[in-house]
Design a binder for this molecule. Structure first.
Ligand code: FAD
Ligand code: NAI
Length: 466
């Protein structure tokens, strides 16, 4: 078969790229080695984790907060098997949705592992040993990422798990030790704490959520601490031994010092993800990697080999589904002769815990490092009417604006529904808005969005409700 475009991998980057290419009239095929489409995100990432976050939050609400609202129910009981079915239904609905969209757009979908087999040729190796050769003008590699392994620690997905195993536990562990206070550690730690596990997070650095605004990290750590998550910062795990279905974890100060041993029923390794290029045959065609093993591309997603492009987790940039999707659209448009583009300055980043954490643009630390003069406006949810009445007053909105032009440079939110709240400021930033523009936009009352407006007013020191 011969195509204009073959996309390898049907995660958020790959399937979106294929759909946009087909919309633009390119004869398009996808190759996926998993049994279902949707990649890491839909199968073992964004979607199942959000299902468990949603269900476990409902469980905790019913047990801890319903009575405060005068809703008297029996103490909730956990049916973990049912919760896992709820999760899987959500996953299936989403992966089937992608299958439908691929068909609807006339995209040929091949099941198997794709290997670059020379200029304009992709070989598809199926599980039964068969293979097919696809001829194509262009290839987009969207093969995603895999778990970063901790040297000397074997992931068995039972006692020592990656995020994939942590989404499938058959019972609530009494004790869960998480290595890494990043997004996965805090989201999945929240799930299992709400369901009854005692959670300890060991983090190499002296803060949680590195890369996010420092003030956000501090306040969020305090909130999680109040919820019962324990943190061991500036600490590293140097060994994990498994015996009789439980683990003994050796932890040392990051800077060196006396080791201690911690017991845990389950250990979650969540220290990042690495680009996945195994078995692709990059070396046969000479596609270049950078020093972190990511496929190297120019700003049109082209690799060093003509006709081969790459997007998503397998290239540089934040490992986020929406970043991969937007790159998928951009590269398809470029291939169709249009001018696809992604604005990397405005990519929202959300942690779906309670409260949520959301951020877009520059942090205070980055602005200071770049020597940019800025004004900061902050508004706490304790002063927002809707948050008050809902009893969801944890957190704040912080807007950072250029001191000279008032242009919004970064927004950082800790609070209920922060992931939705960040969208309006992302749009505002895309349009080059000033804090004054946000402040003068009428926001509905009573909503949490008023906290965004008030933070924008606070940039000019004229918030109304504090
Ligand atoms: P992937 O989704 O990884 O898809 C790559 C696909 O390529 C896979 O299906 C793989 O099987 C296939 N493939 C690989 N090699 C071959 C080959 N040779 N031949 C054929 N097929 C191949 N991001 C968010 O934005 N929001 C979230 O809430 C979020 N939650 C997450 C939770 C967890 C637990 C994890 C692990 C990740 C989460 N992420 C989240 C990150 C998100 O999943 C990734 O950024 C996103 O999936 C990257 O998309 P991609 O298309 O680049 O790759
Ligand atoms: P991460 O990069 O977010 O966090 C890893 C953490 O582990 C960091 O704090 C790091 O300092 C720490 N660490 C590294 N080595 C360590 C060691 N040896 N001992 C102790 N701590 C160590 O990575 P994570 O949480 O694994 O997630 C991977 C990626 O998946 C994220 O970066 C994100 O791109 C994506 N993701 C996104 C989500 C979202 O958007 N809501 C949810 C889950 C994952």
């Amino acid at each position: 078969m011969s195509y204009d475009l073959v996309v390898i991998g049907t995660g958020p980057g790959g399937y979106v790229c294929a759909i946009r290419a087909a919309q633009l009239g390119l004869k398009t095929a996808v190759v996926e080695k998993r049994a279902t489409h949707g990649g890491t995100c839909l199968n073992v990432g964004c979607i199942p984790s959000k299902a468990l976050l949603h269900a476990s939050e409902a469980f905790e609400e019913a047990g801890k907060h319903f009575a405060d609202m005068g809703v008297i129910v029996n103490a909730p009981e956990l049916d973990l098997k049912k919760m896992m079915t709820f999760k899987q239904d959500g996953v299936d609905g989403n992966t089937k949705g992608v299958e439908f969209l691929l068909k609807k757009n006339g995209i040929d979908a091949y099941r198997g592992t794709a290997r670059l087999a020379g200029a304009g040729r992709v070989e598809v190796l199926s599980e039964d040993g068969g293979n097919q050769l696809l001829e194509t003008k262009n290839v987009v590699i969207a093969t995603g990422s895999d778990v970063t392994k901790l040297p000397g620690v074997t992931i068995d997905e039972k006692v020592v798990v990656s995020s994939t195993g942590a989404l499938e536990l058959q019972a609530v562990p009494k004790t869960l030790l998480i290595i890494g206070a990043g997004v996965i550690g805090l989201e999945l730690g929240s799930v299992w704490r709400r369901l009854g596990a005692q959670v300890t997070v060991v983090e190499y650095l002296d803060r949680i959520l590195p890369g996010m605004d420092g003030e956000v990290g501090k306040q969020f750590q305090r909130i999680l601490g109040k919820q019962g998550v324990q943190f061991k910062l500036s600490s590293k795990v140097t060994g994990v031994e498994v015996a009789d279905g439980a683990a003994t974890v050796t932890v040392e100060p990051s800077a060196g010092g006396e080791a201690e041993k911690l017991q845990a029923d389950v250990v979650l390794v969540a220290i990042g993800r690495v680009p996945y290029t195994e078995g692709l045959g990059l070396e046969t065609v000479g596609v270049g990697l950078d020093n972190k093993g990511r496929i190297q591309t120019d700003n049109h997603y082209a690799t060093n080999v003509t006709g081969i492009y790459a997007i998503g987790d397998v290239i540089a940039g934040p490992m986020l589904a929406h970043k991969a999707e937007d790159e998928g659209v951009a590269v398809a448009e470029l291939l169709a002769g249009q001018s696809g583009h992604v604005n990397y300055g405005v990519i929202p980043n959300v942690v779906y815990t309670y409260p949520e954490v959301a951020s877009v643009g520059k942090t205070e630390e980055e602005l200071k490092k770049d020597g940019v003069a800025y004004n900061s406006g902050k508004f706490p949810f304790t002063a927002n009417g809707r948050a008050k009445v809902n009893h969801t007053t944890d957190g704040f909105v912080k807007i950072l604006a250029d001191a000279t032009t008032d242009r919004v440079l970064g927004v950082h939110i800790v609070g209920a529904d922060a992931g939705n709240l960040i969208a309006e400021v992302a749009v505002a930033m895309e349009f080059g808005a000033s804090a004054e523009d946000v402040a003068r936009t009428c926001h509905a009352h009573p909503t949490l969005t008023e906290a965004v407006k008030e933070a924008a007013l606070a940039v000019a020191k004229r918030a109304i409700h504090i």
